[in-house]
Ligand binder design. Sequence first.
Ligand SMILES: Nc1ncnc2c1ncn2[C@@H]1O[C@H](COP(=O)(O)OP(=O)(O)OP(=O)(O)O)[C@@H](O)[C@H]1O
Length: 253
Amino acid sequence: MPLDIRAGERDNNWIKGRGIRVHYASRCIIDGVDIDVNAGRITTLVGNNGAGKSTLLRVLIGLTQPSSGAVERRDGLRIGYVPQHFSVDSSLPITARRFIALRGKVSKQRWQQATAETAVEKLLEQPLQSLSGGEMRRVLLARAVLHNPDVLALDEPAAGLDAGSQGQLYRLIGSLRERYGCAVVVVSHDLNLVMAASDDVLCLEDGRVACRGAPASVVEHPEYRKLFGAHLGPDTAVFRHSHPHKVELSDDH
Ligand SMILES: Nc1ncnc2c1ncn2[C@@H]1O[C@H](COP(=O)(O)OP(=O)(O)OP(=O)(O)O)[C@@H](O)[C@H]1O
């Protein structure tokens, strides 16, 4: 399928997906999703369990092939990925330093910068198996940012972290975006944090786009309220943009 990228959008557009469909056996997991991943923006994929968020993320970065549709990635795109699940064989003796270094050689200066900004310096000599859940997420992030990625793809990066660490992690993601101008695509269930940290939200329901747009618009959308309304209490802090946004409806709404 030919992609329609307008001239003005090309400079910022790292990944463009159109009409993405993924089938497993007879089941349709992703059903006709259009999505743009743009430099300097944080896009968050939300939705219930099994909605297809991880699958869509993997399609965008080329780890899963779509059954149909098109995904265009800019040539030479550097992608840093933090998977949802990561386990280390307990018989494999590997320190955090070796594990991060497996990503490939970088200058000493870059190494120091990446390990400092993800706050893993004190963990480097520890066996990977001994790290706590939160420490492991930071090590995975250090590995993902090591090569100055153009796109950071993070699948539930804050899963298992305590509230303070979740906040820290999202602030870190925001500052990495500021520093490197990279695009960030995040899968998350932490709705309040997501809303505070994202530029764009795409809400999936059974593989389809239920609603999408800026956080402040999406939370007002009936489809979003249907899915998450019960979790939006009066204390929900939603980041408010100062300019109006349009909520786009999927084809079937
Ligand atoms: N390789 C596969 N073969 C068959 N079904 C799969 C495969 N990968 C994912 N699925 C199914 O596709 C659906 C979407 O999975 P996915 O992991 O993308 O959802 P998700 O929105 O990320 O869910 P969660 O929030 O629970 O992590 C699920 O029902 C899952 O069982």
